[in-house]
Design a protein around this ligand. Structure first.
Ligand code: ZN
Length: 146
């Protein structure tokens, strides 16, 4: 039952992707990412405020439903939060996908629907692609690496 609900949420996000658009303008960070295991591709767009809060976040991409749903869910989670919080969410997400462990410290929201991907080893990179792109995009931000 729960599995069914989760699956629906993944399908829904992959069909109606949130924040699926290109961002242009000044101070936009842009990160292209390709998942070699499945052929998923995406470009992540981020705009940080002076206080290093994620002001705007979006992506464009093509790929399997897991990768696109995960990217859509991620943009919803990260909008309006600090880089430090973003880093904590990324760690919680990676842990859930790699080991099946769900964090009690942060709330992954809709992305919790991807928990079952843990059992599908070949799809780990699909679920984590957007988060890897985030990691690359923010890698030079001291606040993110704290
Ligand atoms: Zn994929």
């Amino acid at each position: 039952m729960l599995d069914q609900l989760y699956r629906q949420l993944v399908v829904e996000h992959s069909k109606n992707r949130r924040n699926h658009k290109k961002l242009e303008g000044e101070r936009i960070k842009q990160q292209h990412y390709k998942n070699p295991t499945c052929g998923d591709v995406m470009t992540l767009y981020l705009k940080l405020s002076e206080e290093k809060v994620i002001e705007v976040i979006s992506f464009i991409g093509e790929g399997c439903s897991i990768s696109m749903a995960s990217a859509s869910m991620m943009t919803e989670l990260l909008k309006g939060i600090s880089l430090k919080e973003a880093s904590h969410l990324r760690q919680a997400m990676e842990k859930m996908i790699r080991s099946g462990e769900i964090s009690t410290e942060v709330d992954l929201g809709d992305a919790l629907a991807l928990e079952g991907v843990h059992k599908l080893r070949a799809r780990h990179n699909c679920a984590l692609m957007a988060w890897q792109a985030l990691d690359r995009a923010l890698g030079d931000e001291p606040e993110y690496n704290k």
